[in-house]
Design a protein around this ligand. Structure first.
Ligand code: SF4
Length: 94
């Protein structure tokens, strides 16, 4: 292998490494975006529209309140409209 071939190989290696790093960043960013916007189906989390043992969505750390205290809000984990009086298996007190 000549010096020229070695330089080309090194350049090719560096380009390949940079490309792999870029793919890793894009993949990680995609995973973060997906987890931030796509929730788990209600049924998978045993969601119900009523409290359970005094636990309800409005005092769960994952709850994002709606327009008023009684309005449906959203959940950082579970898909769809979430009742402030609802509950699911992922409940976690504030
Ligand atoms: S994680 Fe479950 S209990 Fe908590 S807000 Fe979301 S749906 Fe309600």
């Amino acid at each position: 292998m000549s010096i020229k071939d070695e330089k080309i190989s090194r350049r090719t290696f560096l380009k390949g490494s940079a490309m792999l790093a870029s793919i890793g960043v894009v993949a990680a960013t995609g995973a973060l975006s997906r987890s931030a916007y796509a929730g788990v189906p209600k049924a998978a989390m045993q969601y119900q529209d009523k409290p359970k043992n005094g636990q309800h969505c409005s005092n769960c750390i994952q709850f994002v309140p709606g327009a008023s205290a009684k309005a449906a809000g959203k959940c950082k984990l579970v898909d769809g409209a979430i009742s402030p009086n609802g509950w699911c298996a992922a409940y976690s007190a504030k």
